[in-house]
Design a protein around this ligand. Structure first.
Ligand SMILES: [Zn+2]
Length: 487
């Protein structure tokens, strides 16, 4: 046989084998979605529940960054309101106050052998002015089928939704086997150290741990994932860490008419430039990649084929994800220069310049490792690198997906939102849950709220609102969650 014939035959054989492997992997890429039945709903009065949520929005529970300036009156008033609105919860559960305004509700289960579950929701909200809002942010207006205002999504709907669920279940005569704890901090939007931090410390002192802890983090999203036409419920099984580093440099001050070749501002700017040009290495692994195992089999044929063959196409997918900031953030520890300072006057040379860089740490990248890498990349002894501010947290451990706790959570979503697909995910931002690390191997970050990708800007933005229907579903979800874990 001629040499070229052999070469052509070899190439053809490789193509046939490759095609067969791709086809087999695609055909055996089977669904990980749990079975669904009819949508579970409960006979709650969602209009009355919406009115209570609306009333709670009127308490301006903003926690000041300067702890000496916090106005606690709205917190106290809101807590009085909760007591009045949920009489069965307050008469049947033990209610503790921790560090002034932290709330802890304990619903004792009948079986002390079973580990309790812990539900988390915070009372504080971020500030808002009237500008740009259709209805004022602290009016709690109910209009056009929505409850409007600061906290309707983040996070009063969760706190009140959980209380609604408990009130309903007590009225129905439900008795949990497993104890249920509901903990509510009051400074989540700052650091969570006064609320969640102190409540978590209380649990540690009591030696109290949990079968499962749930907090905000992820939601149900529509139209954001290519190749998927139905809503996707993301369960955050890990959370990125949080770190601020200050870069600073000093140089001779003086008049700007006779500057040196490089001032302190230039030294810091050069350091930032190096950090931006050398991002942390990206890697499609862990929770971000497990998403494709859960969603891939449900996708349109082309996407299904791609995600069934990550062994071959992984690098292509990675570079695709790296091309847009939200998906790039799932691949690596992110580097974001946020604040800079030099001289106070335009004609004065700064004797010191500084910049703050905000990092969100991937599981595996510790605070220590990040600091070491930053120093190495900058490679300039004139630049001092130090931690800035409070609230630095390591990335969380990753909660397993093969556990009873995860499967029960997953099933609860499928019960109440049968049209949605469920997947584990990595949470990019930090929440109160990070304070509870070590108190349960199963920390699941999810709120049963429906969003399109455009609507995500309502969080901490203008016109924050939740539909009365979706709020009703939130309450159904927490009733079902308690039943599925504690029946
Ligand atoms: Zn929140």
């Amino acid at each position: 046989m001629k040499k070229w014939v052999i070469v052509v035959l070899c190439i053809l054989a490789v193509i046939v084998i490759l095609g067969a492997v791709i086809a087999i992997r695609t055909m055996t890429f089977s669904s990980k979605q749990l079975p669904v039945g009819d949508k579970v709903t409960y006979n709650i009065d969602k209009n009355q529940a919406a009115q209570r949520l609306s009333d709670s929005i009127k308490f301006k529970t903003v926690f000041n960054e300067d702890i000496s300036k916090v106005d606690y009156e709205p917190f106290a008033k809101m807590q009085e309101y909760l007591k009045k609105s949920y009489p069965l919860v307050y008469s049947n559960l033990e209610v503790k106050v921790i560090n002034g305004y932290g709330l802890l509700y304990i619903w004792k289960g009948s079986d002390p052998q079973k580990k309790p579950i812990l539900l988390l929701a915070h009372q504080d909200v971020v500030p808002a002015t009237d500008e740009g809002w259709t209805y004022p942010p602290f009016s709690g207006t109910i209009a056009d089928g929505y409850i409007w205002g600061r906290g309707t999504l983040d996070d009063k709907c969760t706190l009140l939704g959980m209380l609604e669920a408990m009130e309903y279940l007590i009225k129905e005569g439900f008795q949990p086997t497993r104890s249920i704890y509901l903990a509510s901090g009051f400074d989540e939007e700052i650091t969570g150290m006064q609320g969640a931090g102190k409540i978590a410390q209380y649990f540690k002192e009591q030696g109290q741990d949990f079968e499962m802890i749930t907090d905000e983090g992820e939601v149900i999203i529509s139209g954001a994932i290519p190749g998927v036409s139905v809503p996707v419920a993301l369960i955050g099984i890990a959370e990125k860490g949080y770190l601020n580093l200050e870069l600073s440099a000093e140089s001779e001050g003086g008049h700007s008419s006779m500057p040196p070749r490089q001032t302190a501002v230039g030294i810091v700017a050069a350091a930032i430039d190096k950090l931006e040009k050398n991002p942390f290495p990206g890697n499609l692994a862990g929770p971000a990649s497990w998403m494709f195992d859960y969603l891939g089999p449900e996708m349109t044929p082309l996407y299904k084929t791609i995600f069934a063959n990550m062994w071959l196409l992984g690098p292509v997918i990675e570079s695709q994800l790296a091309s847009s900031p939200p998906t790039d953030a799932t691949l690596r520890t992110t580097t974001a220069p946020t604040m800079m300072q030099g001289s106070q006057r335009e004609n004065v040379l700064p004797s010191r310049a500084s910049a703050v860089i905000n990092f969100r740490l991937m599981p595996g990248d510790t605070i220590e490792k990040v600091m070491q890498r930053v120093i190495k990349v900058i490679d300039d002894p004139r630049v001092k690198v130090s931690q800035y501010g409070q609230g630095a947290t390591e990335a969380s451990p990753i909660s397993g997906t093969d556990t009873w706790a995860f499967k029960t959570f997953n099933q609860t979503i499928r019960d109440v939102f049968p049209e949605a697909l469920v997947t584990p995910a990595l949470v990019n931002s930090a929440s109160d849950a990070s304070r509870y690390v070590g108190l349960s191997p199963n920390i699941l970050r999810f709120l049963p709220q429906r969003f399109t990708s455009e609507e995500l800007s309502m969080l901490h933005g203008v016109n924050e609102r939740i539909s009365v229907d979706n709020y009703g579903e939130m309450i159904d979800f927490y009733i079902q969650l308690i039943k599925n874990y504690c029946q």
